[in-house]
Design a protein around this ligand. Structure first.
Ligand code: ATP
Ligand code: MG
Length: 345
């Protein structure tokens, strides 16, 4: 069902994305060691990579929310449990117990196994194994270091394992990999990139029509056009709209309102100055100096040049803005509501 809010996991469920799947299949066939799948929030990265994996021997690891080593090995264990072919590769490996209920990993103490060790074992059969780490840019040291070092180990030593990293904070994900950073173990390697793009207007309309058809709900062309104008081809929002509409919320204004509230909750996690810069841009500041004027006017203090530039760069690395424009119209609406002084109003 297209309006299922969970990520899609099979190619049959996936709407469009043929080009992206073809590109990923080609990389996998060639055995490219490292691929990045990049795109803003709700654009369909997880659905793309999980559906792609369904035709391969694949491991999917969701790094969102991982704080400790125990968390890390729990999600890795879950990722290894999914597929029977993967479980088979791990039978008899020291530190790993494979049973009908899944894969257990001993990650500390005697007879334990490291993440690099697991990637090594996955590669031993020589069959191509694809390992996806989703949202790794959200990891913090020392976990992020351990993951990066394991990826670098696989890159250099395990030719049959390909690693795919996907994430919504595109700049932060590139920083995580650190190809240009002499201090990164992946320094000087190369990574291929696949960008997950928003649907065109026509494709968005088709997506909604198809989704409503599946649900057996009649919807006029007018509201579909209006919804596409609001949500701008961002498939996660189209699903959000479709789901709420099907469930009985027939007022587009209310649905947009609920979406904006969701975005606002995320923006409230940002620092005060970051929120203020977003608000300046949402209010129409399109240059560095107009953002500065706005922020200084609100705060009543002078802001060092480098400090403001750093804040703007950070917001770009988070994939919220680019060139003083929001990448998602829902976040732009939300940012207008970030109160003066940065609090919520
Ligand atoms: N190609 C697609 N066809 C049908 N539904 C899709 C497609 N891509 C994404 N979706 C739906 O859109 C929503 C968001 O998708 P998904 O979670 O894959 O995006 P994401 O980019 O990983 O989001 P996030 O940044 O929040 O992790 C889900 O409801 C998913 O089912
Ligand atoms: Mg995702």
């Amino acid at each position: 069902m297209l309006f299922d809010p969970r990520p899609k996991t099979s190619r049959a469920e996936l709407f469009d994305r043929e080009d992206e799947l073809r590109t990923l299949d080609r990389f996998a066939e060639r055995g490219d060691p490292l691929v990045l799948v990049l795109g803003i929030r709700r654009i369909g990265k997880t659905s793309l990579v999980r559906s792609f994996l369904s035709d391969w021997i694949g491991v999917y690891v969701d790094a969102r929310g991982v704080r400790t080593r125990a968390d890390l090995f729990r999600v890795v264990g879950e990722g290894l449990s999914f597929s029977q072919r993967v479980r088979r590769l791990l039978r008899g490996v020291r530190g790993v117990r494979v049973s009908a209920s899944g894969v257990e990993i001993k990650w500390r103490g005697r007879d334990s196994i490291s993440l690099a060790g697991l990637l090594h074992e996955l590669g031993r059969s020589g069959k191509r194994v694809l390992v996806v780490f989703d949202e790794v840019q959200s990891l913090r040291p020392p976990i992020s270091v351990e993951v990066r070092e394991a990826i670098a180990y696989a890159y250099d030593n395990v030719s049959s394992v390909s690693v795919i990293l996907s994430g919504s904070e595109v700049g932060l994900l590139r920083d995580f990999v650190g190809i240009d950073d002499p201090d990164s173990p992946l320094y000087g390697r190369y990574a291929l990139e696949v960008e997950v793009k928003r649907f065109s207007h026509d494709l968005s309309v088709e997506f909604l029509r198809e989704g409503f058809r599946e649900e057996g709900v009649e919807v006029g062309r007018g509201i579909i056009e209006e919804a596409v104008a609001e949500f701008d081809g961002i498939v996660g929002w189209l699903v959000y709209f479709g789901r709420l509409y099907v469930d009985g919320m027939r007022d587009l204004g209310r649905i947009v309102e609920a979406a904006v509230e969701t975005a606002l909750r995320e923006l409230r996690h940002l620092r005060r100055r970051e929120r203020l810069v977003l608000r300046a841009i949402a209010e129409g500041a399109r240059t560095w100096s107009s953002v500065r004027d706005y922020v200084e006017g609100v705060e009543g203090v002078t802001i060092p040049k480098a400090s403001l530039t750093r804040t703007i760069k950070k917001l770009e690395r988070l994939s919220i803005i680019r060139n003083y424009e929001f990448l998602d119209p829902v976040y732009e609406r939300a940012a207008k509501r970030l109160g003066r002084g940065g609090g919520a109003s």
